[in-house]
Design a protein around this ligand. Sequence first.
Ligand SMILES: [Zn+2]
Length: 403
Amino acid sequence: MWARVLMVLLWPMMAAAQDFSGLARLDVAQSQVRDTRGGIEADLYLSQAVPYRVFTLDDPRRLVVDFREVDWRGASREGLLNADGATDLRFGVLRPGWSRLVVDLAGPMVVAEAGMAVSPTDQTARLLVRLTRTDQAAFAAASGAPPDPGWDLLTRADPTVPPPVRDPDGPLIVAIDPGHGGIDPGAERDGLQEKALTLTVARELAEAVNRSGGMQAVLTRTGDEFVPLEERMTIARAAGAGVLISLHADALEEDQASGASVYTLSDQAMDDASERMAERHDRGDLLAGLDLTGQDDTVATVLMDLARQETAPRSLRLADTLVEGLRAEGARVNSKPRREAVLAVLNAADFPSVLVEMGFLSNPEDRAELTDPAGRALLVAGIVRALQIWAADEATRAPLVRQ
Ligand SMILES: [Zn+2]
């Protein structure tokens, strides 16, 4: 209850957002999430006051603190997290201008107190969020993202958005989806983050697609920001996408796995590697602290399944062509390059979609290829070649479908 009341009090500050200038910096040395006698507290020191809000979410249990633009430079999970009552935390950009801290809770706790105090001498601010242990029923009752008109930017995903009418003679719109972003970094090895790598390749691929003639690229994110999976599809749909390619580069415990592989959507049991892939990726939205309750609409699901029957074989043909294209251009390709998984980002019903695992950050040779512009050029060339071959083949196969 406390958390909800708090929201109402804090939201008027949103209107005054423009009064704050520059980025608030987190004082890394002083800030900490620590145990208290009754639970935990997040004690955060900022170089200036910013609008914020606090709430908890269930399943998994987590505390979410949103800020208007905080500079996290220098902050680390290890430096901030010092509590048995919290199992993990992460932070980062949620949207341009918005930051989020998510703390995984070891047990049910409610927000007992949250407030920001501003120093009258130097205008620095201290946000203290105190949580006290409670039972699961009370936690569940108090949890949930507050309904805020200011935050509907996070729920723009709408599978019913009609695509623009496609010009049959117009270019093929290729939606390129750089995996992860913002608060969700994806895999990390040796200071290399998957979210940065996917964005780099996405930009290079978009350039190559636009140069190729007959195709036009659109990105589902253009900066280091968090974009929910459903919204990525909505962006592609609104752009009139004829195809979506999601880019990823995973890391595994062992470093033997190497080379690119191409995933298509599965409605069946997955092999172990694909299962782990799906776990890591569909958890992204939860990790970022989205409230995904009530997102399943049965009627919409059935309609989408029907449409998917038409796009599924086209996705399979694209995936096979991609593997051939990558091999033809000399990119590193996995020994089992065609895989299937239940991945939300492949869930579009009205255009074919595939996920390209460009290689593994855990493998030194893959890492060398992916961090070298010449290495990435092989990947990009392979994908563009495949898109061209596939698009030409689809056009002869079912000329009516493209009208
Ligand atoms: Zn990924």
